[in-house]
Design a protein around this ligand. Structure first.
Ligand SMILES: [Zn+2]
Length: 380
């Protein structure tokens, strides 16, 4: 089967799989290709919070466990002509060595490169299995990746092997990114006209709790314990949000909501902070919930995967990035992960998003070398 990476990226862009709409059609299109390449495909469908059907897949070529996984998402951020796009964002346009269109860089181009690389191999050649994973909702809390990480049998088998998160890094090796933690704390009051003194103001119980959160806020910015110099910045903020959604000032606020977001790094004791917050909420009669607990991606710089990735990509040193990926969810199962993909993250989410065509071709070659190394030669 012959696939052209540019044409295939254009085909993928033509499906407007913005995160709020369904990604089922574009995923079915990908399944069609994987079927022809004789991959076994496991489907992980779900209905999202808005009632929209979503589909993630894990596909496998070859036998056994471990091997190599090429990980992509096929949802994209919104694009509207009124934002100032030069042409239709969902028609891939070629101009002076670049392919323009929503998702060209983040990350239908990289996904197309993984599929094109896969066409170069036959199942009989493989000593270790090759997996292609495509998720939904990466741009919204990585929901599809969580479905894969928690429920997929094939991913569970693949998780002892190597994973490449094919997000744009200009084909440089990224061995780590921060995690993402999101907590929500709620106080409940009773509504009444403020003139009556009959209400219960939900904000009052929140005040001593917020003071304790302020202590953690200072702690994580100053303490060495919450510092990891491999990242820039080396600390993360205990970012506190407050809201009572009260519109009429003559009505007692009936709810008060505190949100906390934090970007955990390897080696920083985030569980202690979660427990401390839970205890503080309890003490002040507030409801506490962990809404999202995304792990940092961290593969030690001297791990075999990182060394192999550097060797195959011809780069000297790996680095860390400040943004998150689906790795937030995959890292809870898969220990050997790097981010490595064509295109520049600076182009992601922009008007007139583009990817260099040369990067796409180089990615096909690099992923092919990776498949050959891990799956055909069976090397570490
Ligand atoms: Zn992305």
């Amino acid at each position: 089967m012959n696939l052209d990476v540019v044409k295939l990226t254009q085909d993928l862009i033509a499906y407007p799989s913005v995160s709020l709409s369904s990604n089922v059609d574009v995923t079915r299109f990908v399944i069609g290709i994987l079927d022809r390449l004789r991959f076994e495909v496991e489907e992980l469908p779900y209905i999202d919070v808005n009632g929209v059907a979503k589909l993630s897949i894990v596909a496998k070529l070859g036998k056994g466990k471990g091997g190599l996984s090429l990980l992509s998402h096929n949802d994209v951020v919104p694009a509207f002509a009124e934002q100032g796009w030069t042409s239709d964002p969902f028609k891939g346009r070629l101009y002076q060595g670049k392919l323009y269109g929503r998702g060209s860089c983040d990350m239908k181009g990289p996904l197309a490169a993984t599929l094109c690389a896969a066409t170069r191999f036959k199942v009989a050649d493989l000593k270790a299995p090759l997996h292609i994973v495509v998720t939904s909702d990466e741009e919204i809390a990585a929901r599809g990746a969580w479905e894969v990480s928690r429920k997929s049998n094939l991913f569970s088998e693949a998780s002892t092997g190597y994973g490449l998160i094919c997000e744009p890094t200009r084909l440089r090796v990224v061995h780590a990114h921060k995690g993402a933690l999101y907590l929500e704390i709620r106080s409940k009051g009773k509504a009444a006209h403020t003139s009556t003194l009959k209400g219960i103001n939900a904000n009052i119980a929140m005040i001593p709790f917020l003071q304790e959160m302020r202590t953690i806020y200072d702690l994580v910015l100053r303490s060495r314990k919450y510092r990891n110099a491999e990242f820039s910045p080396a600390h993360s903020e205990w970012s506190i949000g407050i809201n009572d959604y009260n519109i009429a000032t003559n009505v007692t606020p009936v709810q008060s909501v505190c949100t906390i977001s934090y970007r955990p790094m390897p080696g920083t004791e985030v569980d202690e902070l979660i427990e401390r917050t839970r205890q503080s909420a309890k003490k002040h009669g507030l409801r506490f919930a962990v809404k999202f607990d995304g792990k940092p991606v961290y593969t030690p710089k001297d791990a075999p995967l990182v060394r192999t990735a550097l060797q195959l990509s011809g780069t000297r040193a790996s680095s860390t990035v400040p943004y998150g990926t689906d790795g937030l969810a995959f890292a809870s199962r898969m220990k050997n992960l790097v981010v490595l993909g064509p295109g520049d993250i600076a182009q992601a989410h922009t008007v007139d998003e583009w990817v260099e065509i040369e990067q796409l071709h180089r990615a096909v070659d690099l992923y092919s070398r990776f498949i050959d190394h891990v799956c055909v030669q069976g090397r570490a």
